[in-house]
Design a protein around this ligand. Structure first.
Ligand code: AMP
Length: 257
C-alpha cells in the first residue's frame, strides 16, 4: 500500500494505473468497521482502491467539534492495509483549497433541510471537498455510507447535475451488535453515554411517528436536533452530552425484524 500527501505525488500514482478502474473511499479518518465495509466493497468491484483521509474544516460549523475530531493515523493506515487499499491519500488544506474556499459548490434546497438546517454551511463544505477529491482521484466508482443518508443523496445529485462520469455506490450502515451505528464520534462518548446511545436506533425503529420518537429520545436523555420522515427513511440527529449522533432507518424496517 502506497501513501501520498501531495496532489503531485498522488497524481503520479494515479497516472501509473492508466485505464484500470479506480474505486474511491473518501473519509475523515478515525476508521472503524463502517469505513472497512466501504473499502472492502470497493476492493471486490474495482482494480485499484484509494482511500483518502482528510478532516475537512469547511464542513464543520462548530469549531470545538473540529478540534476534538479524533485523529488516529497509524491505526487508520493499518486498517486500510488490512482491507486491501492500494493507496491512501492524505491531502492538506493548503493544497486542497488554493483559493482558501472562495469557490464553493452549494445546493440550494435539500441541503438546507434536516442536517443542513442545524449545521449551516455543512453541505457546502461537503459538496465542495468531495468535488475536489473526485476531480483529483478520477475514480470510476466512489463509495459512501447510508449512515449519512442526506449526504449520500446530495452527492448523487451533484454527480448527476454536473455530469461527472462516476458511479456513486451506497453502502448499508454498519452497526455495533447493540444497534449503535458505527461512527468516529462514538469514541468521544462516556461509558454512561455509550449505554444510552443504542437507544437512538431502537427508538427510530420502534416509534410510530417522528414526534413520538423525539419525545422518547428526550425522555431517555438525548437532546434532539430533529427527527423527520423523508423518502421512506426516518432521519435523526441528537446530542448525548457534547457528542452529536446521527442515524436513519428505513421506515417499516421494524416489520422485517
Ligand atoms: P466520515 O469519515 O465519517 O466522513 O465517513 C466516511 C464515509 O464512511 C462516509 O461515506 C460515511 O457515510 C461512511 N460511514 C461512516 N460511518 C459508517 C457506518 N457506520 N456504516 C457505513 N458507512 C459509514
Amino acid at each position: 500500500m502506497i501513501t501520498a500527501e501531495t496532489i503531485q505525488d498522488f497524481t503520479k500514482i494515479r497516472e501509473s494505473w492508466g485505464g484500470q478502474s479506480v474505486g474511491f473511499v473518501p473519509t475523515m479518518g478515525a476508521l472503524h468497521a463502517g469505513h472497512a465495509k466501504l473499502i472492502q466493497t470497493a476492493r471486490t468491484e474495482c482494480d485499484k482502491v484509494v482511500l483518502s483521509i482528510f478532516v475537512n474544516p469547511t464542513q464543520f460549523n462548530d469549531a470545538s467539534d473540529l478540534q476534538k475530531y479524533p485523529r488516529t493515523l497509524e491505526a487508520d493506515l493499518q486498517m486500510a492495509r488490512e482491507c486491501g487499499a492500494d493507496a491512501v491519500w492524505l491531502p492538506n488544506y493548503t493544497q486542497l483549497y488554493p483559493d482558501d474556499y472562495r469557490y464553493k459548490l452549494s445546493e440550494s434546497d435539500f441541503s438546507r433541510k434536516f442536517e443542513g438546517a442545524h449545521r449551516p454551511g455543512h453541505f457546502d463544505g461537503v459538496l465542495t471537498v468531495v468535488l475536489k477529491l473526485l476531480n483529483v482521484a478520477r475514480p470510476r466508482r466512489a463509495y459512501f455510507g447510508e449512515k449519512d443518508f442526506q449526504q449520500l443523496m446530495l452527492i448523487q445529485g451533484m454527480v448527476q447535475s454536473l455530469f461527472l462520469p462516476i458511479t456513486i455506490v451506497p453502502v448499508a450502515t454498519v452497526r455495533e451488535p447493540s444497534g449503535l451505528a458505527m461512527s468516529s464520534r462514538n469514541r468521544r462518548l462516556t461509558p454512561q453515554e455509550l449505554e444510552i446511545a443504542p437507544r437512538l436506533h431502537a427508538i427510530l425503529r420502534e416509534a410510530g411517528s417522528p414526534g413520538e420518537a423525539a419525545k422518547e429520545l428526550a425522555r431517555v436523555g438525548f437532546r434532539v436536533d430533529y427527527v423527520e420522515d423523508f423518502a421512506g427513511r426516518r432521519l435523526a440527529a441528537a446530542f448525548l452530552g457534547e457528542v452529536r449522533l446521527i442515524d436513519n432507518v428505513l421506515i417499516g424496517e421494524q416489520e422485517n425484524g
